[in-house]
Design a protein. Structure first.
Length: 388
């Protein structure tokens, strides 16, 4: 014989004040836990969408970022002429020689500057990134001192409106367009002509090179050819994998910090749930005795109180998840630990995070309610009835 669920739910509702306070404590922990997962998912989504599945990034062997890499002009020419590289309608290789440097710009309403990525690209650079769309103005002209800025830069920094001038590398650069990169890391960059940027920054080598393969399954052979070519000291990575690796250090930091805070808060929340359930048992001793006298077994009483505790955890989980979901509507920026550049992103709530969060909240309720439920199931029938 099983204790009805509506009886369990009624007991939770009858103690509205203590239920609300306990669920509120659990909701706080769930909020921190969910926000940590959403932050990590948002960062990874931002960086993974930066890459295209058919694109390959070439950097110097041993370099972890484009800023640390260097590719000579001869090496770039050899790699873009590889047979695996796709050709455009004009018969030119779909490859972009790129130079990446950092400059300091002041954010709107802020006193301290932030690092911003300046990316010099070849004429094919925009074509190789179909997620990049000009939202205002136009694309820069090759061979000119013109630049276009990503949507996050346009919103968060000053002096980047169309027609404004930015001064860096001992030259004035004219903003001629704004672009949107679909929420990818490119939204936090400024683009210009690679040759002009290299000349201004007195660079003699490129930072990286992006090529599109003619066949998606030709990556392994292309990478092997690059590895064994004695003229080259470069390595090839799929573009999505390359940018995903950029989030590793920051993702690890977020996970460690989030798990530490969640562990500390969850212990306090489970203690609160335990106190609430112990109080519930103490106030319902006679009721428990009546249930036992009606024929309900110890396991039935144990299960009823455990379900009550899990239900309490579920309520807290839903409340915390609802608060965390509001974080999706705000945009944030942080420093990428790999590139030390400013990176804009949004919190991302996925079905997987919802499931993990609710399971975590119910697990807290189960752990916090186990000892009180065990005590309730072990009450002596006669002593419990006498308490009435």
């Amino acid at each position: 014989m099983v204790i009805p669920l509506h009886y369990i739910a009624r007991n939770v509702w009858a103690r509205r004040l203590t239920t609300t306070l306990t669920a509120g404590g659990l909701a706080l922990v769930v909020f921190v836990f969910a926000a940590m997962l959403m932050l990590d998912a948002g960062l990874k989504q931002t960086l993974v969408t930066t890459g295209e599945p058919d694109n390959v990034v070439l950097i110097r062997k041993g370099a972890e970022t484009e800023i640390q890499s260097a590719i000579s002009r001869d090496q770039a020419a050899a790699m873009e002429m590889h047979p695996a590289v796709a050709m455009n309608r004009d018969g030119r290789p779909m490859a972009s020689r790129e130079a990446v440097v950092l400059i300091s710009l002041t954010k709107s309403g802020a006193a301290s500057p932030a690092n911003v990525v300046i990316r010099g690209v070849s004429p094919q650079g925009v074509t190789l990134r179909p997620q990049v769309h000009i939202t205002a103005g136009r694309v820069f002209r090759p061979g000119s001192s013109e630049i276009i800025v990503g949507s996050s830069i346009a919103k968060g920094f000053g002096n980047v409106r169309i027609g404004d001038h930015l001064r860096f590398a001992q030259r004035d650069w004219t903003v001629v367009g704004h672009f949107d990169a679909g929420g990818s890391g490119f939204d936090s960059e400024i683009w210009g002509d690679v040759d002009q940027l290299m000349q201004s920054f007195r660079r003699t080598s490129y930072s990286s090179m992006v090529v599109r393969l003619g066949q998606a399954d030709g990556f392994d052979k292309f990478r092997a050819d690059i590895d064994v070519d004695p003229r080259l000291a470069n390595e090839a990575k799929r573009e999505q994998q390359f940018y995903s690796d950029q989030s590793r250090a920051l993702s690890t930091f977020i996970n460690i910090l989030g798990l530490t805070l969640t562990t500390i808060f969850s212990v306090a929340a489970m203690i609160g749930a335990m106190i609430t359930m112990y109080a519930s048992v103490a106030n319902r001793v006679g009721e428990i005795g009546t249930l036992r006298a009606l024929g309900f077994q110890r396991t039935n009483v144990l299960a009823a109180f455990l379900i009550e505790a899990v239900l309490l955890g579920f309520v807290g989980g839903v409340a915390g998840l609802a608060c965390a979901a509001l974080m999706q509507f705000a945009s944030f920026s942080t420093t990428n630990f790999q590139t030390f550049a400013d990176l804009s992103f949004r919190f991302l709530l996925t079905p997987g995070i919802v499931v993990k969060t609710l399971l975590f909240s119910m697990a807290m309720g189960f752990i916090g309610g186990f000892l009180p439920a065990l005590r309730a199931s072990r009450l002596n029938i006669v002593d419990a009835l006498r308490a009435r």
